[in-house]
Design a protein around this ligand. Structure first.
Ligand code: GLN
Length: 310
């Protein structure tokens, strides 16, 4: 495809979703997210040479929420390597993102790193013995470097608001700690967790930051090895099997690409060997995935034929 074709692609997707705009429900359990406008929609596609094609509200920041799990996973694996898998599993949960039921049966070891319980364990491992601030600073530095945007920061008000409303996550964390699967005090881990979820980025910035996952761990624009190839492939495998809570199978069926959804309405999708795509629209479907965002990614898959199952 030529440059004009790629721009026509994202513009075409924007028109495909027009009829759906405003649909879905904004989450009300995080007060600041409840004020989001469900009519917003943005899309950004970044390719190997760094060229970016965007449409709609692609330059409006939103908070990463559980898309941040992808980056903390990558950083934690860098620090603790395969030992991470003693603390968190790699199977789809088939349960809502904040479910606690499996934790009891499985003795405090969360099913996978892409549900809340698993992400809390990953954050604890990333903190290690360094303290929460060092872990959050490492994440911020990583995202700034990969996206090339020094201004990326945390929406601290949102982090506070989520912490105040955080009974579910607090329950998960205490349950994990009760089984001896937490190194650091629960409140310290949660403070890092809420701050990582509250990093604000635009579709364009986020697609750039995740580009290494489409190229075996190498950022094709700089040649930097961000992570080893096997780890990059495995992160994509986890996104495909676990990236959308209890609708991960349906997402793989409909879109056919590794992806990660967040309660803020963002969805990151990786097209291995080609690029990274981020869509954002705050209205969610019943599974907690962006309603308009998933329609947009279905349209992308249909228009391009991109799929990991070719
Ligand atoms: N910060 C959110 C939470 O823990 C992230 C969840 C999500 O994006 N699905 O509730």
């Amino acid at each position: 495809m030529s440059e004009t074709d790629y721009q026509a692609l994202v513009d075409g997707i924007l028109s495909d979703v027009q009829a759906y705009r405003g649909q879905g429900t904004v989450p009300n359990y995080i007060p600041a997210l409840a004020q989001a406008d469900p009519n917003k929609f943005g899309i950004a596609l970044v390719l190997k040479d760094g060229s970016t094609y965007a449409a709609g509200d692609a330059d409006q920041p939103f908070t990463l929420q559980s898309i941040s799990y992808i980056f903390t996973l990558s950083l934690a694996l860098h620090h603790v390597k395969g030992a991470l898998w003693n603390h968190v599993g790699r199977e789809p949960s088939g349960s809502p993102v904040n479910s606690i039921v499996q934790l009891e049966l499985e003795k405090g070891k969360p099913r996978n790193p892409l549900i809340s319980a698993g992400a809390i364990v990953v954050t604890d491992q990333l903190i290690g013995t360094r303290g929460a601030d060092a872990a959050v600073e490492e994440l911020l530095a990583f995202l700034r470097e990969r996206s090339g945007e020094e201004g990326i920061g945390i929406d601290e008000g949102l982090a506070m608001s989520e912490s105040r409303a955080g009974a579910f996550n607090r329950s998960l964390a205490h349950f994990i700690a009760a089984f001896g699967n937490m190194l650091n005090p629960v409140e310290e881990v949660l403070s890092a967790y809420y701050r990582q979820c509250s990093v604000a980025m635009t579709c364009r910035q986020l697609a750039r930051a995740a580009l290494f996952l489409a190229f075996d761990g190498v950022d094709p624009r700089t040649g930097d090895t961000v992570t080893v190839a096997s780890r990059s492939r495995r992160t994509n495998a986890l996104m495909l099997t676990c990236g959308h809570y209890d609708v991960s199978g349906d997402f793989a069926f409909r879109v056919g690409l590794p992806g990660k959804s967040a309660v803020s309405g963002g969805i990151l999708a990786i097209v291995p060997g080609t690029g990274a795509v981020v869509v954002w629209s705050p209205g969610l479907n019943t599974a907690g995935t962006s309603l308009v965002g998933s329609v947009a990614l279905e349209s992308l898959a249909e228009r391009t034929g991109w799929s990991v199952f070719v």
